[in-house]
Design a protein around this ligand. Structure first.
Ligand code: C2E
Ligand code: CA
Ligand code: CA
Length: 747
């Protein structure tokens, strides 16, 4: 299955959810914030406007207080005259508070501090003050000098009678400086106008409408609708405040108006709306920017996290799912792929195939391990190329590969396997790579993947044994094999406890004299109801499940016990050595040498008489570990022999470095030599070399006299085989080896 790992959907959903949440919350927060801010600003403007009116009232009342004090002083003078009054006023003028001061006599003649005499009969404020009120004018043109001014007037009482009016003038410019309120950094400004629209105090603000004679006339010119204007005027009539929005020069403005409390004056405060909203706009912009940054950061962080997550996930999955030798899927990944494919495509037919490379050990031996690994990788590459997305494969272990293949007919499977084999053959020059395949067509889909794979493995082993075809389709009869395996595993523990495992012994003879020089202990299983079972039927299973470790120790101890008996009972047994087979499954046990020594010591059997047989394939496949194990065994005094030498890939060169005492040449070696003169020469050379390394040579599987004669001529030391004796029960062995030639001891 060629597909990559994906980011989990929940992760993307979570990230999207976070971003959307930030955006939505940000939006509402900004809206609420800006609305609140705007309202606050509007309220602020209203407040300023009201403060403005208050300021005007207070200021003007202040002027009147000053005038009232002066009027009291003037009127209180018993010798009240215009001149005496002017003298007081001049004194006041020296403070520089007013532009001009003066008194107006009841006939309307005004006498000013700066020496002018004018008729003020036409001045409204004069008439009003004469009635006993404080009076102030709107914006007037000064009769002297023509400047725009405002006048404040108050009556003078002398002996309870109004004898004139005190007045003081202030220039508009000066007044507007102190009375007109500017706000929002001079962007806001105000007018003070009379109820009928005449200017009272003008403003110099450049944003303002400038010169005008009637405020209401210009308001209409400047964009206030007649409707708004009539509302304003009705408010003025009822002496109430109000607000309106209008657009002048393309600028939307907010206006507040409220009565000053003096005459019919009104303060009109204006500010462009954008000034009010400027800060809220800025806040919106800033918050928007912040939200964008947050979103952007979130996206970056999320994408980084996703990336890191993906990378980490991919790395972990790569580690967990990849075979370190080939870089292709391992068994764990294969299992998952098979489960997924079978459930995804119920309509398709699938077959589980298990194959391995014939004599792969030989390839390793001939070309080296590195080349061996390259070949395994090449096999992986070929499978990858030949399978499609809806198929799967893996290297399960060593040179064992598994494939899940789609098929329409069994012929199609065979043809595809053939073309894979053809492609593999291009891997090494002059060496034909052959594979043996077991095929299990999948019928029941809900079984565990290991069930199909077990069936395929069984079929592969059958394919290996047969000569005609390199593949075998699993048949129901093969199931019996599976059941048998299970039966063995179920029974093994009890069998060991019940003593069902027996020691059989096969004698070894000196090649020249044909004298027994030792024996090999071989296990047999005496199964109730089944009879004697041979090791080839159960040892591979025990090696897989580890039970062989217990069995080997049991055999070793049984041999020690026997030897104790023999040494007691038979003279010739004194220096008789026995070899025991020890499986490669012990390799990982650093305590093996000590354990064996402990047993030998317990029965007081000299280690010298005990020989440990380690098979060649175990030795050469795990050189480093085996070296350690052999050295330990050697250290504690056991004899060591390399069993089945020549069955796989013997390396005479590496034999040199091993602390072995004996080399047992495999039976197949002898078989080949028999038909081939060259093979004979090889054995000759080999025996010579082994002897040159100070090791004894043992020939296994000697069945004929001619083989024996050949071995004698090749100078082989020891022979073992059916020609002399088959492996036999202890009693038979004792009778044959000890009783016949040696009398039992009589002590
Ligand atoms: P092996 O260690 O190579 O033992 C020699 C095998 O060759 C024995 O088979 C023996 O019966 C057989 N044999 C001996 N002479 C001849 C002959 O002239 N012709 C033929 N055709 N065969 C001959 P066996 O007893 O069936 O044992 C098979 C294998 O099982 C042994 O091969 C050994 O690898 C393993 N084995 C046996 N007993 C034990 C044991 O206690 N522990 C372990 N780990 N492995 C054992
Ligand atoms: Ca052996
Ligand atoms: Ca052997």
């Amino acid at each position: 299955m060629k597909k990559d790992f994906k980011t989990p959907k929940w992760w993307i959903a979570l990230s999207a959810f976070c971003v959307v949440t930030i955006v939505v919350f940000g939006y509402f927060f900004i809206r609420m914030g800006s609305e609140g801010l705007y309202e606050e600003k509007v309220a602020y403007l209203e407040e300023i406007s009201k403060k403005g009116t208050q300021l005007v009232t207070e200021q003007i009342n202040g002027y009147f207080s000053t005038l009232e004090v002066i009027s009291t002083i003037i009127g209180g003078d018993d010798d009240f005259t215009v001149d005496s009054a002017l003298a007081v006023l001049k004194n006041e003028m020296s403070k520089g508070f007013f532009k001009r001061m003066g008194i107006i006599t009841p006939d309307g003649t005004a006498y000013t501090t700066d020496g002018y005499t004018e008729d003020f009969n036409d001045r409204k404020y004069f008439k009003e003050a004469l009635t006993g009120k404080n009076a102030t004018s709107d914006c007037l043109i000064d009769k002297i000098g023509g400047e725009e001014i405002n006048v404040f007037a108050t009556p003078i009482y002398h002996n309870g009678i109004i004898v004139g009016v005190v007045f003081a003038t202030k220039s508009q410019e000066e007044l507007s400086k102190s009375l007109v309120i500017e706000s929002f950094s001079s962007k806001g400004y105000s007018y003070i106008v009379s109820g009928d629209g005449r200017p009272v105090i003008k403003t110099n603000n450049p944003e303002s409408i400038g010169e005008y004679t009637n405020f209401f006339d210009v308001m209409v010119d400047y964009g206030v609708t007649p409707q708004q204007l009539s509302t304003v005027q009705s408010h003025i009539k009822s002496n109430t405040s109000g607000t309106l929005e209008y657009t002048r020069q393309g600028v939307l403005r907010q206006m507040f108006y409220s009565p000053v409390g003096i005459n019919d004056w009104y303060v009109f405060s204006v500010v462009p709306v954008k000034v009010i909203s400027f800060q809220s706009d800025q806040l919106i912009r800033n918050l928007g920017l912040l939200a964008m940054i947050i979103v952007l950061l979130s996206i970056i962080i999320c994408s980084r996290m996703i990336k890191a997550f993906k990378k980490n996930n991919t790395r972990l999955k790569h580690l967990a799912y990849t075979d370190s030798v080939t870089g292709h899927p391992n068994w764990v990944k294969f299992r998952l792929d098979v489960e997924e494919l079978l459930s995804l495509h119920p309509e398709r037919k699938y077959a589980m195939i298990a194959f391995d490379i014939n004599k792969f050990k030989l390839i390793n031996g001939l070309f080296g391990y590195q080349r061996g690994d390259e070949i395994l990788t090449f096999v992986g590459d070929v499978l990858f190329k030949n399978l499609d997305n809806n198929e799967a494969f893996c290297r399960a272990s060593a040179d064992h590969f598994n494939v899940l293949m789609q098929y329409k007919s069994e012929d199609e499977i065979v043809n595809r396997l053939k073309s894979i084999e053809d492609e593999l053959d291009r891997c090494i020059n002059n060496y034909k790579i052959k594979i043996s395949s077991g095929i299990c067509t999948i019928k029941e889909r809900d079984l565990d993947v290991s069930v199909y794979s077990d069936k395929a493995n069984i079929s592969r082993d059958i394919a290996k044994k047969q000569n005609s075809l390199s593949y075998h389709f699993f048949k129901d009869e093969n199931r019996i094999e599976l059941l048998r395996e299970k039966g063995i595993e179920d029974a093994m523990d009890n069998a060991l406890a019940n003593g069902e495992f027996l020691v059989y012994l096969q004698p070894k003879y000196s090649a020249k004299e044909h004298k027994p020089v030792g024996a090999e202990a071989l296990v047999r299983w005496n199964r109730p109801n089944e009879g004697l079972v041979f090791p080839n039927d159960f040892i591979p299973i025990f090696e897989k499940n580890g039970f062989i470790r217990s069995l080997d120790l049991y055999m070793f101890e049984s041999v020690c016990k026997l030897m104790v008996q023999w040494q007691k009972n038979f003279k010739s047994a004194k220096n008789f050595s026995v070899s025991v087979n020890i499986s490669r499954a012990h390799l990982s046990n650093p305590e093996l040498a000590n354990d064996l020594k402990h047993i030998a010591d317990k029965y007081e059997i000299s280690q010298e008489l005990l020989e440990i047989e380690l098979t060649e394939s175990a030795v050469f496949e795990n050189m480093e570990e085996m070296h350690i194990l052999m050295n330990r065994l050697k250290e504690v005094g056991f004899k060591l022999s390399i069993d089945d030498f020549g069955s796989g890939y013997s390396s005479l060169a590496s034999l040199k470095s091993l602390p072995a005492d004996v080399v047992k040449m495999d039976k197949s070696f002898l078989d080949e030599a028999e038909h081939d003169k060259r093979g004979e020469k090889v054995i000759f050379g080999m025996i010579e070399m082994i002897k040159g390394l100070d090791m004894l040579t043992v020939a296994e599987g000697v069945e004929t006299l001619s083989q024996l004669e050949f071995l004698v001529s090749a100078n082989c030391d020891i022979v073992q085989g059916y020609y002399f004796a088959k492996p036999m029960p202890v009693k038979d062995f004792e009778n044959q080896i000890f009783i016949k030639d040696n009398l039992p001891t009589t002590d």
